[in-house]
Design a protein around this ligand. Structure first.
Ligand SMILES: NC(=O)c1ccc[n+]([C@@H]2O[C@H](COP(=O)([O-])OP(=O)(O)OC[C@H]3O[C@@H](n4cnc5c(N)ncnc54)[C@H](OP(=O)(O)O)[C@@H]3O)[C@@H](O)[C@H]2O)c1
Length: 297
């Protein structure tokens, strides 16, 4: 199976390239990765050229504008990267007859939970109502993929961490080395996701050529405060140095959803092996961080 991964230098794309090097299921797999230096996907000719050159059976589109606050001030650029680039690649996939996987986000929802019940989280078919401009751009990308005439998957994930330049556990670990007490918001709840574990899920979904919308995160949910405490203890710091606070204390340019919990019914129905719990995933990543084994320490 020939797989083209976009955004291969990013947090998820790099985890996926490592995962695909091991092959998927029993299929002989050849993965090729591209990122911005290979061409800007907002240019339709570039997207078409890359797909024509590699003639993949399947495209896993991880490239994206991921600066959530930046998307408020640079909406057109964010929309080009997440909407137009996805449309360009989807058109090229259709012409080449390639399957297509689009990575999306919990931010396509309104943050109130299904039927206004935050504990209910969101199912795959719940209506989209993004709270911020980044969410709008990712929803636009979903619309292009959902209209494809070749096999497609939309895989929504949330609170991603892994071998990227910036992520929440890394930031908490750094701040713990700079300050005695950290205040972390305790009124937003979601599902942390280790990029390496998401890469396993993507290998399962792509090798099985499953179709439709899937939610894929680590198992369980928490607040940012609870996640920060777990990071602290995994890094050998006293978790009581983390104190809870309200989002209102730290206003950001982009609104954040209070409830981001993604329910993964479809993934379970697809026969995906049980996903590791988020606390275990944080500990695995923190151990690699402490050992200096990550790509961007
Ligand atoms: N990070 C999260 O917490 C999170 C949560 C939910 C969903 N997601 C989704 O998961 C996916 C992977 O996220 P990530 O955090 O791994 O992303 P990332 O680390 O920011 O990597 C994205 C890559 O795409 C490249 N890129 C951006 N615009 C491009 C363009 N126009 N043409 C070609 N390449 C372009 C970026 O290059 P430059 O770095 O040079 O710009 C970067 O290497 C994205 O679809 C994201 O929306 C992420």
């Amino acid at each position: 199976m020939k797989i083209l991964v976009t955004g291969c230098d990013g947090m998820l794309g790099s985890a996926l390239m490592r995962r695909l090097a091991d092959g998927v299921a029993s299929l002989p797999t050849a993965a090729v990765g591209v990122d911005l230096p290979d061409g800007d996907l907002t240019d339709a000719a570039v997207a078409a050229g890359l797909v024509a050159r590699y003639a993949p059976d399947w495209i896993i589109h991880c490239a994206a504008w991921t600066d959530v606050d930046g998307a408020e001030a640079h909406f057109d650029d964010a929309m080009a990267a997440n909407g137009q680039a996805t449309a360009n690649l989807a058109t090229a996939a259709s012409a080449a007859g390639s399957g297509f996987t689009y990575i999306s986000t919990d931010y396509v929802f309104d943050g109130r939970g299904r039927g206004g019940d935050p504990a209910a989280g969101y199912d795959e078919d719940d209506p989209l109502a993004p709270l911020n401009r980044y969410g709008l751009t990712k929803a636009a990308g979903e619309a292009h993929v959902g209209a494809l005439d070749t096999p497609w998957q939309i895989v929504r994930t949330s609170w991603l961490f892994g071998d990227g330049r910036v992520n929440f556990p890394k930031t908490i670990r750094r701040l713990l080395s700079e300050r005695e007490i950290l205040q972390v918001v305790d009124d937003q709840r979601g599902c942390p996701t280790y990029a390496d574990d998401l890469a396993d899920v993507l290998a399962h979904l792509v090798s099985g050529r499953h179709r439709g919308i899937f939610h894929a995160t680590n198992r369980g949910d928490c607040t940012w405060y609870e996640l920060a405490r777990e990071v602290a203890s995994a890094c050998g710091a006293d978790p009581d140095r983390i104190r809870p606070c309200a989002s209102a204390q730290f206003p950001r340019p982009a609104l954040r959803p209070a409830c981001s919990i993604l329910r993964s019914r479809r993934l379970e129905e697809s026969g995906c092996p049980p996903r590791p719990a988020w606390r275990e995933a944080v500990r695995r990543y923190a151990a690699r961080l402490e050992a200096g084994q990550v790509l961007h320490p």
